[in-house]
Design a protein around this ligand. Sequence first.
Ligand code: AMP
Ligand code: TRP
Length: 340
Amino acid sequence: MSQAKKRRVFSGIQPTGQLHLGNYLGAIRHWVRGQGQKENFICIVDLHAITVFQEPEALRHNTRSLAAMLLAAGIDPDQTTLFVQSHVRAHAEGSWFLSCITPLGRLERMTQYKDKSARQERVDTGLLTYPVLQAADILLYDADEVPVGEDQKQHLELSRDIAQRFNHLYGDTFVVPEPKIAKVGARIMGFDDPTAKMSKSLAGKGHSVLMTDQDKVIEKTLKRAVTDSGNEIVYSEDPEKAGVNNLLTIYQLMTDKTPEQVLADFADARGYGDLKKGVAEAVIEGVRPIRERYNELMADPAELDGLLARGAEQARAVAEPKLIQVKEKMGFGVPAEVRP
Ligand code: AMP
Ligand code: TRP
């Protein structure tokens, strides 16, 4: 029986900082649940990370730690190709070819570049050419879809334009990828300030739950979560109730219940103390198995290396023939001895 070809999805995530509950509920869980329906590639973009200085030891640790966390959270190597960008040379090489057909002005107008470069004393070239490397990531895999946040829309637009320009100059080669901008859904807010999104850069006491946090730490963070001076446990858009709303949203996602079921669970609660206790329990139950599997993977470098080597091999099997195609179309000879 013939089967329709699965659509190919390419996601990239930077190995900087530790993953928190917002990353898990807002991104990783969707990747885990979407496995199987489409052909998924998840790339840990360490080459992108160094556009801002990274301590070598920190980069090494963060890259492995992110891989372990993704696997622990349920990314299944049998269903998803999970790999590290720097393990597949075609990304860096491909980005050179694409940079030669990318107008400088387009890169200079990228808002992320403008923001980041304004905050830095010295601006290195990689920060500017970052979106070209991103285009190489995506185009080398003939990705149909790229799930990204709103902030990446402009980069995706550029990837599409580069694909089209290449196809125009050298003949049909690249799939023009579609951005899949996440619907405004789960936006997990900080526990210390429920009006600000939970974020790696705001990490501090009481702000987030990290996916590596011990039960006791989670309990403490939730206990201290900022709410309001009332006592009504309701979903609400009112900024005043942002804390309670955030807690209910997190509980709902962690338990996979409907809003009605969530409210029923807290119908007998006596105040926010009970709410926080219930949410803490749900978060602890959800995070614990992930943390335990993460610790196992981090304690067994051979297993993690093996899984990443397998991912890189699968990725190379797609990216390298594509790169050869690109080079041949552009007029480079690719003699047998330099073929992978
Ligand atoms: P970042 O930590 O900003 O690199 O984001 C990694 C992924 O997690 C992206 O897909 C974000 O959209 C998602 N994410 C980050 N923070 C949150 C949050 N507070 N709520 C929901 N999703 C988030
Ligand atoms: N620029 C993306 C971010 O900061 C990360 C990224 C790199 C990416 N390459 C990608 C995302 C390819 C999607 C596809 O979030």
